[in-house]
Design a protein around this ligand. Structure first.
Ligand code: LCS
Length: 399
């Protein structure tokens, strides 16, 4: 399906990886294979496909050309052997972890995670007899100290949602593998995308994405992805996705994601340059108490970010020098910034993590994860930077 693109640049691969050849027709854009099932030429062929003796599509839960295209694209961009697209980021996380873990196993996770991921690990995993420990990976001794003989996977985000805590990918991967080479080190790379950061090149085993965010990039699809070795992604596909979660994405959504991914690099450049301007504006404003952004030298994660991220990303978290009511009215009165969860869209989105994306954390858990109740998270969009800043300035001046 794919030409050899191994020596080609990122921009070329985001456009051409996973391209589908249809002899005799040759459409430039990929058709949408909106079909639930595929017709066999014969009973023998059907049997051969089920037996894995012949390549070819069977049924869309088990594979579809639009899925293959996205899987190949993300694998190429992450520098992974293989990639798989799923129905949501949560679908990807569930599929990945339930492929690795079984009753009696242990999972070690960083304590600052997207709210639903935290909930699934904190509450859902016990349904399967899986033990989970949360700790702060910023202190690498917390990682070493909490690995047990039955630890099968280590899970974290960097930068983390919503505090933007930056963790050293290479250090975490090397530390875990030095204790036990077989432990799968899994990182959620949603905030960066492979344009900014490629964890597999730094020793991580598995990369997860919410494809809902920058990869699709246009706020019109929910999806997720898993990248890793051919063997592991094959297990996620043939066991996790096919038999356990059934988290299959529609061919139409896969088509939209593939279309979105073709412009990933230029969108990420603009998200990041806009975010840098907005972060500098916020940091200089007297009504802003603190700004969390990997591109600011004042930010605690700045040095590690510089080492492993090619750009600082498009998400900024900040705290106002204001009461809870004032912060709420600030968010309510913005005009250009939309009050909505999600991130990575063309539109600038603003939300309050403690009561929205991270509402599943208890007050104590929020404190533990250093998610303050006054944090406001901004996903800087692709509008004109000065217009985003002006919207924020008007809101801040009203305080
Ligand atoms: N991982 C991260 C880092 C996320 O931010 C999200 C969603 C997910 C996984 C789950 O992906 P989904 O199933 O939604 O595709 N984050 C959201 C957020 O911060 N606001 O709304 C959703």
């Amino acid at each position: 399906m794919t030409h050899d693109l191994s020596n080609k640049g990122f921009a070329t691969r985001q456009i051409h990886a996973g391209s589908i050849d249809i002899p005799g027709i040759k459409p430039l854009a990929t058709p949408i294979f909106q079909t639930s099932t595929f017709v066999f030429d014969s009973a023998a062929q059907g049997a051969a496909r089920f037996a894995g003796e012949e390549d070819g599509f069977i049924y869309t839960r088990m594979g579809n050309p639009n899925h293959e295209q996205v899987g190949q694209k993300i694998a190429s961009l992450e520098n992974a052997e293989a990639g798989l697209v799923l129905s949501s980021g949560m679908g990807a996380i569930n599929t990945c972890l339930l492929t690795i873990l079984r009753s009696g196993d242990h999972l070690l996770a960083d304590e600052t995670l997207y709210g639903a991921t935290f909930s699934f690990l904190a509450k859902g995993m016990s349904h399967y007899g899986i033990d989970v420990t949360f700790t702060d990976f910023s202190d690498i001794e917390n990682v070493t100290d909490n690995i047990k003989p039955n630890t099968k996977a280590v899970y974290f985000e960097t930068p983390a949602n919503p505090t933007l805590k930056v963790l050293d990918l290479e250090l975490v991967a090397d530390t875990v593998h030095a204790v036990n080479q077989d432990i799968k080190v899994i990182v959620d790379n949603t905030f960066c995308t492979p344009y900014i950061q490629r964890p597999i090149e730094l020793g991580v085993d598995v990369v997860i994405h919410s494809g809902t965010k920058y990869l699709n990039g246009h706020g019109d699809v929910i999806s997720g992805m898993i990248c890793g070795t051919k063997e592991f992604v094959g297990q996620c596909k043939d066991f996790g996705l096919k038999l356990v979660t059934g988290a299959v994405v529609s061919p139409f959504d896969a088509f939209l994601i593939s279309r979105g991914m073709k412009t990933l690099d230029i969108r990420m450049e603009k998200h990041c340059s806009n975010a840098m301007k907005v972060a500098e504006f916020l940091e200089g404003h007297e009504k802003v108490a603190k700004v969390y952004y990997p591109g600011l030298p004042s930010f605690s994660g700045y040095e590690i970010a510089k080492k492993q991220m090619r750009l600082p990303g498009g998400i900024i978290t900040f705290e106002l020098d204001a009461t809870k009511e004032q912060s709420e009215s600030f968010i309510n009165t913005l005009e250009l910034c939309s009050l909505a969860v999600s991130l990575g869209d063309t539109e600038t989105l603003i939300q309050h993590p403690a009561s929205m994306t991270h509402a599943s954390y208890s007050k104590e858990e929020l404190k533990e994860a250093k998610i303050s109740e006054s944090m406001i998270r901004l996903s800087v969009g692709l509008e004109t930077a000065e217009d985003i800043i002006e919207d924020l300035r008007v809101g801040l001046d009203r305080l």
